[in-house]
Write a protein that binds this ligand. Structure first.
Ligand code: HEM
Ligand code: HEM
Length: 253
């Protein structure tokens, strides 16, 4: 298999310093969001438990923010890390698919938590706009994951099908991610309105300010991920691997 010199990580990323600064800010904002969600549930709410009570509900925001927002965001930009460009595309596909699978599992557990909490407390299911958009996002995300595996990881899809589906894969991935951020903001607002009582949400108690700040951080995190993922010059450069083995050629796309 012949690999051109440019493929050996020698290629310099354009605006590398800016990329590093944005990546560091993204990681910082992402970590801070996870920490704030934990401070929220442990300091202001009932902590975490799995007993049908409020502690079980609290898994919902914590796992969504950790998995569906933070880990999914990192999965989206993982191909952009320039020090991974010397790694094989197949390895990067496993990392991208693996992180997205972890995000999916955490999202499902977080949904089980909120459904069990509702059932234990006889609260109706699926009445809110938040739950409609949230469930839709989860369904499309699982479809994206399934199609990603079937088309880009398994060696069956022909090269022309992979090339035709890639722009759709990228567009739907970014749209689902943006929808997840919007859903999280709706969920946070609902929870604050339901839970804050004497002082109420409108009186801006410290919990409301902390969680409003969490919402702001989620918007900043989402915007940074979308910015990084939409810079054409930070895209993983295509390597012109040539191989006489068709299977190897297909796996590299
Ligand atoms: C962004 C991804 C999210 C998804 C996909 C999602 C999904 C859902 C779904 C499907 C339900 C309905 C459960 C039922 O009917 O039994 C629900 C309920 C709820 N979620 Fe989320 N959620 C997300 C984020 C959040 C966040 C970050 C919070 C913050 C606390 C939150 C707060 C709530 C609340 C308060 C309910 C109960 C009221 C209702 O059904 O709307 N959600 N969520
Ligand atoms: C729900 C899960 C998934 C989401 C949200 C998602 C999202 C994305 C996004 C937004 C991009 C654009 C990244 C960039 O431009 O740098 C991308 C690229 C890509 N994804 Fe996925 N993806 C998912 C699952 C998968 C799976 C399971 C595979 C199978 C290996 C896969 C294979 C790829 C490939 C090959 C690229 C092109 C990377 C490049 O050439 O630079 N994706 N994905």
């Amino acid at each position: 298999m012949a690999v051109p010199a440019a493929a050996h990580g020698a290629r310099k990323m354009e605006n590398y310093g800016r990329f590093l600064a944005l990546l560091a800010s993204t990681l910082l904002v992402g970590f801070l969001s996870v920490i704030l969600s934990l401070v929220w549930v442990f300091h202001y709410r009932e902590g975490l438990s799995w007993d049908g009570g409020p502690g079980e509900f609290n898994w919902h925001p914590v796992l969504i923010i950790t998995g569906f927002v933070f880990i999914q965001g990192i999965a989206i930009i993982v191909y952009r890390l320039p020090w991974t460009w010397k790694c094989s595309k197949l390895l990067m596909k496993f990392i991208h698919a693996g992180l997205n699978t972890i995000a999916m599992i955490l999202a499902i557990v977080s949904m089980v938590a909120v459904f069990e909490f509702h059932n234990a407390k006889n609260i109706p299911n699926m009445y809110s706009l938040h739950s409609w958009i949230g469930l839709t996002a989860v369904i499309f995300y699982s479809l994206q994951l399934f199609l990603g595996f079937a088309v880009f990881l398994l060696p069956f899809a022909p090269v022309h099908l992979r090339a035709a589906l890639m722009p759709i894969h990228i567009y739907s991935g970014l749209t689902i991610f943006a929808t997840v951020i919007a859903t999280a903001l709706m969920g946070i607002t609902e929870k604050l309105i339901f839970a804050l009582n004497r002082p109420a949400y409108r009186e801006s108690p410290p919990e409301a300010n902390l969680v409003n700040s969490l919402g702001l951080l989620l918007v900043v995190f989402g915007s940074l991920i979308l910015w990084i993922a939409s810079r054409p010059h930070w895209k993983r450069p295509p390597y012109y691997y040539t191989s006489k083995f068709p299977l190897v050629r297909v796996l590299l796309i």
